[in-house]
Design a protein around this ligand. Structure first.
Ligand code: ATR
Length: 274
């Protein structure tokens, strides 16, 4: 039976197997999708298993989205630009290709909210694995500015430099700034891409009480469904959205790449992940 895999560390929380196995069953695809916790030292062996077709395709999550790149034969332009791979595929010429479906996942999720990001000021929290893809997508959506803030400021500054000098160099639409952790700049949209509420019962130590009205709070996290960050946004009277649709859309794009079938996204799929 054909096998697909998501790799990461930690990986326990991943709902990718649930979603992909559901869609494979719906589409009568005789295959299985599993999750595997890896260490960096196992990456090479993992890629060999794709090359020799023991594994037919894979998703890659934190912390390997960048680390996996040296082992691949080719990257798509989006994966190359962001230096981030979340989907791996063996093509017809037996070349191992790294794709980035997080970008499309975020874009489609935002399209679904009907909130127009064009010319908006975005405040982006965190500097981890998914952030380059979000910056890339925001720039495509022509956000006016993206202000980065990360507990470890150096990582935000490195991302700013990477964005300006490499990732967005060819088509820069958005100004990229950095503020100290704890500083709240003027914004229309705030995106939480930190793992704070994923890992423990902690809360972001940021004060949003003076931000004004009609803002949009987006959280990459979808489990819990409503983080304290989103609850704060809602209680202050703002629009909110969690990361569930981003997760579903990135998975749908990966599914299409592997199986050449566009999986259906409906209420049943959305509830499956609750
Ligand atoms: P990685 O950093 O390995 O790519 P990630 O889950 O993608 O992992 O990113 C975790 C993000 O959450 C980072 O931006 C991290 O900030 P640091 O770079 O300073 O580590 C952020 N984060 C985690 N715990 C945090 C906390 N208690 N307060 C603020 N930010 C936190």
């Amino acid at each position: 039976m054909n096998k697909f895999l998501v790799i990461g560390n930690p990986i326990d929380h991943s709902l990718s197997p649930k979603l992909h196995n559901y869609w494979m069953e719906k589409n009568n695809i005789n295959a299985i999708y599993e999750k595997e916790k890896l260490d960096s030292k196992n990456l090479q062996n993992f890629i060999s298993n794709i090359r020799n077709k023991n594994i037919r395709g894979a998703n890659v999550t934190v912390p390997f989205k960048k680390e996996v790149i040296p082992y691949l034969d080719k990257l798509t332009p989006d994966a190359e630009a962001t230096q981030s791979v979340n989907t791996i595929l063996l093509d017809n010429e037996d070349k191992i290709i790294g794709h980035n479906t997080d970008i499309g996942g975020f874009e489609n999720a935002i399209r679904f909210t009907k909130y127009d990001f064009k010319k908006k000021k975005v405040f982006l929290l965190g500097a981890g694995g998914v952030v380059p893809s979000i910056i890339f997508a925001l720039n495509k959506m022509r956000a006016f500015s993206i202000t980065l803030s990360n507990r470890t400021k150096k990582k935000a500054e490195d991302l700013q430099k990477f964005s300006n000098e490499k990732m967005l160099k060819k088509n820069k639409q958005s100004e990229i700034g950095v503020v100290n952790w704890g500083v709240i700049p003027e914004f229309d949209i705030v995106i939480n891409a930190t793992s704070v509420e994923l890992n423990n019962n902690q809360k972001l130590d940021l004060d949003f009480s003076n931000i004004g009205k009609n803002k949009f709070f987006y959280d990459v996290i979808y489990n819990p469904k409503e983080t304290k960050f989103l609850k704060t946004g809602k209680d202050l009277g703002n629009q909110t959205e969690n990361g569930k649709k981003m997760f579903i859309y990135q998975a749908a794009e990966a599914f299409k790449l592997w199986h050449n079938i566009q999986p259906e996204i409906n209420e049943e799929v959305i509830e499956l992940l609750d």
